[in-house]
Design a protein around this ligand. Structure first.
Ligand code: KIV
Length: 279
């Protein structure tokens, strides 16, 4: 049985920190699940790390459904949350409900969408049809990025008050948790203490109820952007390139494949074949 939304809510009550990692494909998602990560997030960051876009704007519902399906085939114990991509929920509540339904049919347990108080009505409508929602405030890559670029959020008293108000309104709208991205750690801590739902930070300090990282950053596989909050636990891209160079050299020199990598014919059958060709 995999984790439920209620299990995640209980973790905050029990003061247990929540681990979240992005996942987009079957193979890596299986490893994240095996490692006991609490929530697998099919983030629209897939647009950058899986599809090579400059940002998350071009990501479509079809792409998100495909990534969600492959992660869903892998997960056994984590909760699975999937992002609603840009313009799949902003234009109308009907869009938001229909598209949330598509992600749930693709295997997600909950959806995530970006936006503060302006999204409260949409969030309550999705929650009302029975779909759990994770909010996302602070830096919102789908929109903040268009106007401001990568910038720490909540650095003035007014900005901080707005973020705290956003978090409260999302809580009232019924979210089961809120991701807060690149918010000064003092504000993130106040929000975590103010609302009852778990606050999942990314670049927002240790006072949050949980943390989320993009799996390609954690494994050292994505070099285009290297934000300081994205701790690298290994440098996998170096190991991958080295292994591929070794493979290329082995092919060139004829040391791959070797006997243990190939299959042999039955001796008598081989003799008959050779006799046939007189070799
Ligand atoms: O898309 C994503 O990866 C995210 C997280 C980083 C919060 O939204």
């Amino acid at each position: 049985m995999h984790k439920s939304v209620q299990d995640i809510l209980n973790m905050k009550k029990e003061k247990k920190k929540i681990s979240v990692i992005t996942s987009y494909d079957y193979t890596l998602a299986s490893l994240c699940d095996k490692a006991g990560i609490d929530i697998l997030l099919v983030g629209d960051s897939a647009g950058m790390v899986m599809l090579g876009y400059e940002n998350t704007i071009p990501v479509t519902m079809d792409q998100m459904c495909m990534f969600t399906e492959s992660v869903s085939n892998a997960r056994k114990s984590s909760l699975l949350v999937a992002d609603l991509p840009f313009m799949s929920y902003q234009a109308s509540i009907e869009d938001a409900i229909n598209n949330s339904g598509k992600l749930i049919k693709a295997g997600a347990d909950a959806v995530k969408l970006e936006g503060g108080s302006i999204m409260a009505e949409t969030i309550s409508a999705i929650v009302d049809v029975g779909i759990p929602v994770m909010g996302h405030i602070g830096l919102q890559p789908q929109t903040t990025m268009l106007s401001q670029g990568y910038k720490v959020q909540g650095k003035t008293k007014e900005a901080a008050m707005k973020l705290i108000q956003d978090a409260k309104e999302l809580e009232e709208a019924g979210v089961f948790s809120i991701a807060i991205e690149m918010v000064s750690h003092e504000v993130a801590e106040i929000i975590s203490e103010t609302v009852s739902v778990p606050i999942i930070g990314i670049g927002s300090g240790v006072g949050c109820d949980g943390q989320v990282l993009v799996v390609h950053d954690l494994l050292g596989m994505y070099d285009k952007i290297k934000p300081k909050f994205a701790k690298r636990y290994m440098n996998l891209s170096e190991d991958i390139v080295k292994s591929l160079e070794n493979y290329k050299n082995d092919v060139s020199s004829g040391t791959f494949p070797a006997e243990e990598n190939w299959f042999s014919m039955d001796e008598t059958e081989l003799k008959k074949l050779r006799d046939h060709f007189g070799s």
